[in-house]
Ligand binder design. Structure first.
Ligand code: GSH
Length: 205
């Protein structure tokens, strides 16, 4: 059985979308980051970086348990475990991996900063709001361009879509209006939102 330690945030939901997409059985352990539960000693043994998500699979490589943190690593692990949503052809595989890395290194962290300064910072910091707003618009532009004339971020539905979608779905916190500003990305979002396993994954925990 797979144990998922998570909270209702984009990085957690990437993994629940993948688990749902692969029809894997899993138990959800909510880690309430608004109550600092990510700093508990018990959670630290699973996630040394004190962040969700973390995953434990009793049936890991060679049948031995494995514990993982970092959502991108977890997505790659699940894709390799199941043989799904990550093509085996090297060219197509690296196409997916590069967009996964783009999300992990750019679309996630910078939009996270936009969320913080737009919604949660105890004071208005115009420089920071403008800085992350500008970067959010640039990143959305990159995504939109990639999606022009395509169904999915890479050549087929993949872990890259699962990684990017939950961040895109928080567009209001980023002060982005994808329907008018980024129509190709919006069409993809509607496509993603219509998938049953995405609906389920987005409700975890
Ligand atoms: N690079 C990490 C980032 C994880 C991350 O930032 N998780 C956030 C929630 S989306 C978290 O646990 N925040 C709690 C904190 O920062 O204390 C991943 O993708 O797994």
């Amino acid at each position: 059985m797979i144990q998922l330690y998570t909270w209702g945030t984009p990085n957690g939901r990437k993994v629940s979308i993948m688990l749902e997409a692969c029809h894997l059985h899993y138990q959800v352990h909510p880690v309430d980051i608004t109550r600092d539960e990510q700093y508990s000693d018990a959670f630290l043994t699973l996630s040394p970086n004190n962040k969700i998500p973390a995953l434990v699979d009793d049936d890991g490589p060679n049948g031995e348990p494995i514990t993982l943190f970092e959502s991108g690593a977890i997505l790659l692990y699940l894709a390799e475990k199941t043989g799904e949503f990550l093509p085996s052809d090297p060219r197509r595989r690296y196409e997916v991996i590069q967009w996964l890395m783009w999300q992990m290194g750019g679309f996630g962290p910078f939009l996270g900063q936009a969320h913080h300064f737009n919604r949660f910072a105890p004071e208005q910091v115009p420089y920071a709001i403008e800085r992350y707003q500008k970067e959010a618009r640039r990143l959305w532009g990159v995504l939109n361009k990639q999606l022009e004339g395509r169904q999915f971020v890479a050549d087929e539905l993949s872990i890259a879509d699962f990684a990017i979608y939950p961040w895109a779905a928080r567009y209001e916190w980023q002060r982005i209006e994808p329907e008018t500003q980024f129509p190709a990305a919006w069409a993809w979002m509607e496509r993603m939102a219509g998938l049953e396993f995405v609906k389920w994954g987005m409700q975890v925990p």
